[in-house]
Design a protein around this ligand. Structure first.
Ligand code: GUN
Length: 285
């Protein structure tokens, strides 16, 4: 079997075109331009690339974005104060704090400072609680991007065995809960899981979000499984971006596979744009 590749770039393009229509409509009806504030602290090279991509995508969709570059020495109090000011601004509908933050910063306090109605990343603890009960004000971007890809390919999740590899707060944990809310049977594996392959081989749908290049190889995948690769890793010694899945091997065994780049990555950005447009619409309805 050769897997059908799920084209996240093409699916993103279609959703972004629909978002651009919503942005134009909002502007025509109420003169409002959706606005996103992006806070970037320190000089993590990957974070700079992600933020540049997000801002470029905003501009193309007609969303105004303002970036706040903060030094690696920034304090929790300084971030909380800046967020407090942004919470009160009518022209800022979404606030995104790029993670990771420098080690001296208390991440939880920073995320809690964001007005829930502007929490377009879905990282505020109250929004995380919303995910648990199946009604988040804003669904977190990467998990909702994964669900969009599956829905777009008409891949049913209800009643299927889904194995999520990776238990991060950003992807693995919220995605697992969202899948349960869609009636999937979900197993969450992580770095301490013994005999990972024993679990992955049971998966009808395997989602890999571990941040370990090439972690999942063909022998760990059931013939005909759907494999979603959330990993974005720079291959050691080269500039090539690779996922967590051995692409060539798994491609010969899976029924569907997301490429890296061009799979989940663009969907994360698209879901951020979607949440920002929704935030702007809500604030003026
Ligand atoms: N760091 C890695 N992924 C993300 C993301 O989706 N949002 C933010 N804010 N930071 C991240």
């Amino acid at each position: 079997m050769t897997a059908r590749l799920i084209d996240g770039d093409a699916i993103s393009r279609r959703i972004r075109e629909e978002l651009a229509v919503r942005v134009r409509r909002l502007r025509a009806r109420s003169g409002v331009v959706p606005g996103l504030a992006v806070l970037l602290a320190g000089d993590d090279p990957a974070s700079h690339v992600y933020v540049r991509n997000k801002q470029r995508a905003c501009a193309r969709a007609g969303i105004s974005s303002v970036r706040y570059d903060l030094p690696a020495t920034v304090t929790t109090a300084e971030l909380v104060e800046l967020i407090g000011n942004l919470n009160h601004r009518d022209d800022v509908h979404g606030i995104l704090v790029q993670l990771p933050l420098p080690p001296q910063v208390q991440v939880r306090r920073v995320l809690e400072a964001i007005d829930m109605g502007k929490d377009v990343d879905g990282f505020h603890p109250a929004n995380v609680g919303g995910v648990v009960v199946g009604e988040p004000l804003f669904p977190p971007c990467t998990p909702s991007g994964v669900l969009e890809l599956l829905a777009h390919e008409d891949i049913e999740v209800a009643g299927r065995n889904v194995v999520v590899v990776g238990a991060s707060n950003i992807v693995g944990k919220p995605l697992s809960l969202m899948l349960v809310n869609h009636d999937a049977t979900v197993s969450i594996c992580h770095a301490k899981t013994r005999d990972l392959a024993q679990f992955t081989r049971l998966a009808d749908i395997l989602v890999v979000a571990a941040g370990v290049p090439g972690l999942v190889t063909a022998d760990m995948v059931r013939e005909g499984a759907v494999v979603i690769d959330v990993g974005i890793n720079r291959e050691p010694g080269s500039r090539r971006i690779v996922g967590d899945v051995d692409f060539e091997g798994v491609r010969r065994k899976a029924s569907y596979l997301t490429p890296v780049p061009g799979g989940v990555g663009p969907m994360t950005v698209t879901m951020l744009l979607q949440n920002t447009v929704t935030a702007a619409e809500r604030s003026h309805s």
